[in-house]
Design a binder for this molecule. Structure first.
Ligand SMILES: *Cc1c(COP(=O)(O)O)cnc(C)c1O
Ligand code: SF4
Length: 464
């Protein structure tokens, strides 16, 4: 990493005009078709440009002018973390897949032939990891709610239909299947009213988590349809409204200069005045994302409503696989009033082979960053895998009676009783996901496995 963080960077409490905050207040974006039109991309050589075109046939690509001009440092290509975060790279595909698509493009193969290959490759990339399709779709009065995922008792996830896209796409994203038009895999919600009915019937839900894509791509007018019902008494039990978003990074204008920015902040404030806790779950993968004036202004304005901003990110090779990056990220987040929340392990999907960091190394990076920040930065947990049985954290490496082991624990479990019980896997420097780990001490399976199988077969039977 050649970039350095400004040492003194106080949050200024002065109103600045939007032209001082950013050059870009009108949202304009580029998709695979426009790759060649991006001025900075024209500076790359032909081979690089062609490689991008090939990869963007399979994996999602979308970038906007703000990300292009204000977040990516074009003097640091290809290493720049935000370039890696948003632009397709050759190595994201297997050589054989890359060559297949490259040949089809070069020979100008018919569209349907190309599409067939693309779909094949996409399906081979595990578009829906962690059994999400089969196991987590709840029902209300017998009708499935494909836009709701209710895995852990207290928290329901909701994917609003109109929030199934983002202001730019992350190359590592496990939601990539939604963006590239594999329709039957799309979690789409029919109606806000169905969600509310579900919540009214489930008094155990204390948290609703709006997710996407990015729910902040919705106009406030649309989002309000989902938010306003929470002002009502019948949803008193839902205490916390979380909004997972990367707009704080990719389009902070959403909270500052967009026409309906104030309206959004206003509804948030209203919910808070009604006694709700509102948490913006900000996806920041690197500290450069919150160092621009507009990003800082977005943070200031969100916090002014009384909402909290908690932060999360996966650990991703080529983007943030460096303890210094995390240390700076957490330190500066605390300085700006953000609360570090999760470090995730990159999921078993998409271009994982390009991004994955082995679990032992992930823990080392976590530890080396964590040990250097104050207690206020140590609110973060991780590295955590969102796997089929639950969220599993790598707690560390140790030796027990001569056997080197990886210590794990559930932060969230399909059965809440699994949570916070340490368990042990054989030491393995290569493993990068839970299913690659083996139980330590010669045991046949992990303590939760037989119960998980039962839960799974019950869920499958129910889903019919
Ligand atoms: C992470 C996650 C949640 C929220 O868990 P918290 O520990 O409360 O942040 C809820 N549902 C699913 C499916 C999740 O993966
Ligand atoms: S913003 Fe979130 S949902 Fe959108 S591409 Fe990035 S990681 Fe995926």
């Amino acid at each position: 990493m050649t970039l350095t963080v400004p040492k003194v960077n106080p949050v200024e409490n002065v109103q600045r005009s939007s032209s001082q905050l950013t050059q870009f207040t009108e949202f304009r974006h580029y998709t695979p078709r426009d790759l060649d039109k991006i001025p900075q991309v024209k500076r790359l050589n032909r081979e690089q440009r062609f490689a991008m075109k090939v990869v963007s046939q399979v994996l999602p690509f979308k970038v906007n002018e703000y990300v292009l001009h204000e977040l990516i440092n074009w003097d640091n290509i290809p290493e720049d973390p935000i370039f890696q975060l948003t632009f397709p790279q050759k190595e994201m595909l297997l050589d054989k897949d890359f060559n297949t698509i490259a040949d089809l493009l070069r020979s100008q193969a018919p569209k349907d032939q190309l599409k067939k290959k693309i779909d094949e490759i996409r399906y081979s990339l595990n578009p829906h990891p962690a059994g999400q399709m089969q196991m987590n779709v709840p029902k209300v009065n017998g009708v499935p709610l494909p836009g709701v995922q209710h895995k852990y008792k207290e928290t329901a996830l909701f994917f609003p239909t109109s929030g199934q896209t983002c202001h730019a796409y992350c190359t590592f994203c496990f939601r990539w299947a939604q963006f590239v038009g594999i329709n039957e895999l799309k979690f789409a919600s029919k109606e806000a009213s169905q969600l509310m009915e579900y919540l009214r019937q489930h008094k155990e839900v204390s948290d609703i988590l709006f997710t996407g894509g990015d729910p902040m791509v919705m106009k406030t007018r649309v989002f309000n349809r989902y938010l306003e019902p929470f002002l009502g008494k019948d949803l008193n039990h839902v205490q916390t409204i979380r909004i997972g978003t990367k707009a704080v990074s990719y389009w902070p204008q959403r909270f500052v200069t967009d026409q309906d920015a104030d309206d959004f902040l206003w509804i948030i404030e209203k919910l808070i005045k009604k006694g709700k806790h509102v948490a913006i779950m900000g996806h920041y993968n690197h500290w450069v994302e919150f160092e621009t004036p507009i990003a800082r202004e977005a943070i200031r304005r969100i916090r002014e409503t009384g909402a909290q901003i908690r932060t999360q990110s996966p650990l991703i090779r080529h983007i943030n696989d460096d303890a210094d990056v995390w240390e700076t990220m957490w330190r500066n987040q605390v300085r700006y009033g953000l609360i570090p929340y999760y470090m995730f392990v990159e999921r078993d999907t998409g271009a994982r082979r390009y991004f994955e960091v082995p679990l032992v190394q992930a823990w080392e990076i976590f530890r080396n960053a964590w040990k250097n920040v104050s207690g206020l930065g140590r609110t973060v947990r991780g590295p955590s895998m969102s796997a089929t049985p639950g969220k599993v954290e790598v707690q560390g490496v140790t030796e027990i009676k001569g056997e080197k082991v990886i210590v794990l624990r559930f932060i969230q479990g399909r059965n809440p009783d699994w949570v916070e019980r340490p368990f042990f896997a054989k030491y393995d420097t290569k493993a990068s996901w839970l299913d690659q780990l083996e139980p330590a001490f010669g045991e046949k399976e992990f303590f939760f496995e037989s119960e998980l199988k039962e839960i799974q077969s019950r869920a499958m039977a129910k889903a019919g």
